[in-house]
Structures are given as C-alpha cells and as structure tokens.
Write a protein that binds this ligand. Structure first.
Ligand code: NAD
Length: 283
C-alpha cells in the first residue's frame, strides 16, 4: 500500500508497562498488515502552560486531527501540583463516554463462564463535578426496542457477583463506571484482559486499556498486552476495519484458549514478548 492509503492514528505509549505493551500492539498490527500509520507522542517532563500538564498542546492537536488513537496507561503522581494526564485528555478532547466491554474468554477458567457485558462510563462529569441529571431515562424513551431498567449501585454490585449474565450493558456515572468495570475485569480474569475506548466530541475515538501503568511489573517483560491489544481492536472496529479486527481478536483469544503461552497474571510463565510472538503465529 502507498502511504496515501494509510490511516494516521495517534499513539501514546504512556508510562510504566505502557511502552512494552504498546510495542506488542505495533508488532501485531504490522504482522496483520493493518493500514495504520502511528503518530507517536510521549508524555513530556515539563508542564506545558497551554494544557497545564505534562501533555503538550501538540499531542492533543494530533488526536483532534487524526480523530483516532490508542493510549497506554499514564501514571498520576499524587500531590505533585499538576493536572492528571488522563483528566487532561478527557477534558480537553471532551471524551465524554468510556466504553468498556468485558466477556468470558473461552478456555480460561474463572468462577464464571458466561460474562458478556459492556460498562459505559460517563467520563467527564458525574461525582467529579457535582452535576447530576437523569438523561438516561430521556434517551431510553427514544429506543423502546432496548429494554431499560434502573438499579441502585449497591444492589448492582451484589447482582453482578452473583450472576453477571443478568447484564448486557451498564450505563454508569464516572466514579461508579470506574469501580464497576474493575469489578467486571475481576469476573473474567483480571485487568490484563479488559479493553476500553473513549468516545468524544466530533467523533474522536481514543482507545485505552482499563488498567494503569502497573509500576510493580514495569520494565520486566511481564505485562499482559491483551487489554491494550483488544483496545486497539475497538479502534479498528470504530474505523470499520472489521476484517483486521476479527483476525487480531481471534489470534489473541485462540492463543489464550490454547493455554501454551500465557502471562503470569493468567497463571502462565510467558514473557510479554513470547506471548506477543504466539499471537503473531496465530494470525
Ligand atoms: P494498575 O492497573 O496499574 O495495577 C493494578 C494491578 O494490576 C497491579 O498489580 C498490576 O501489576 C496489575 N496489572 C495491571 N495491568 C496489567 C497488565 N497489563 N498485565 C499484568 N498485570 C497488570 O493500578 P494502580 O497500581 O492502582 O495504578 C498505577 C498507576 O497507574 C497510578 O499512577 C494510576 O494513577 C495510574 N492509572 C492510570 C490509568 C490510565 O492511564 N487510564 C488507569 C488506572 C490507573
């Protein structure tokens, strides 16, 4: 393909395990001949006064221009007097919805084998800003073909651990969505597995794993790249590159199902790079 056929997407490798798992995604995309050209942006070590954070204005402009991107985890140092990088991205790009799918992986045994749900987390308002309106009901009335039910958060937690198959899509305010989607990750094998995609103003889609920068295992070639890779798959689906998305998703799921190569968080002993190679072999 000539470079004019390529779709430009912004890539933030991020902090901690971010660069290692972003590298896995780049390798798999290359092997699957995905027509994406990555525009890489790193977190700086000086505050950009235009964004009041370590993310530069140019990084934000890259996402605004490309409209699609993938971000690795970004650490939030506590009490360092600058704006959180994740909050900067969400607020500046108005990424108001974070879509977090979570489903049981065939061949990887957990307490449940029938989880298949999506948490949609409001990303810019909710408890963080004290704004509350009951918007869901109004939207639900316009789509009578979708069964709408309300459930209070404490009861929801109880129902989720008792029988997660009761749920298909959970629409949540910011804080609840963050907590509930980690609970969901726990149902299917942990944070190494769950992807997400931030959807925002003007059709921007910035995919990212649900997990953070995992400083405890950073730089050790131990991280599970599945969550970031499946996030990249959501980006491909947003671009309607479904053939490539299917091919990569199947290779990931088949590698895990086969059980020969698994990272430590799934009880295996494979390194990030060996697991990535196995996925490429399954393409
Ligand atoms: P974390 O998600 O980084 O780690 C929690 C646990 O899960 C750790 O034991 C870690 O080793 C494990 N883990 C996470 N991802 C994994 C993977 N891909 N493979 C294998 N194991 C994995 O949460 P934390 O420790 O609370 O946060 C660390 C940093 O990440 C903090 O600075 C936090 O602010 C930041 N963070 C960023 C994001 C984001 O960028 N969206 C999200 C959450 C946390």
């Amino acid at each position: 393909a000539s470079s004019s056929d390529l779709i430009r997407a912004t890539l933030f490798p991020g902090d901690g395990i971010g660069p290692e798992i972003a590298d896995s995604v780049k390798q798999v995309f290359k092997a699957a001949e995905v027509p994406i050209e990555w525009e890489e942006h790193y977190v700086g070590n000086e505050i950009d006064p235009r964004t009041q954070s370590f993310l530069t204005w140019e990084s934000l402009e890259s996402v605004r221009k490309n409209k699609v991107g993938l971000k690795g985890p970004m650490a939030t140092p506590i009490g360092k007097g600058h704006r959180s990088l994740n909050l900067t991205l969400r607020k500046e790009l108005n990424l108001y919805a974070n879509v977090r799918p979570c489903y049981s992986l065939p061949g990887y045994k957990t307490r449940y084998d029938d989880v298949d749900l999506i948490t949609i987390r409001e990303n810019t308002e909710g408890e963080y800003s004290g704004l509350e309106h009951q918007c869901c009901r109004e939207v639900a009335e316009k789509y009578p073909e979708i069964k709408y039910e309300e459930v209070v958060i404490d009861n929801c937690c109880m129902m989720l651990v008792k029988n997660p198959a009761l749920f298909d899509v959970l629409v949540m305010p910011n804080l609840y969505g963050d907590i509930i989607s980690d609970l969901c990750a726990g149902l299917i094998g942990g944070l190494g597995l769950t992807p997400s995609c931030n959807i925002g103003e003007g059709g921007i889609a910035l995919a990212e794993a649900v997990h953070g920068s995992a400083p405890d295992i950073a730089g050790k070639n131990l991280a599970n790249p599945t969550a970031l890779m499946l996030s990249a798959v959501t980006m491909l689906r947003h671009l309607e590159l479904h053939d490539k998305a299917d091919r990569i998703q199947n290779a990931i799921l088949n590698t895990i199902a086969e059980g020969k190569y698994r990272t430590a968080d799934l009880g295996g002993s494979s390194s990030t790079t060996d697991f990535t190679k196995a996925i490429i072999d399954h393409l």
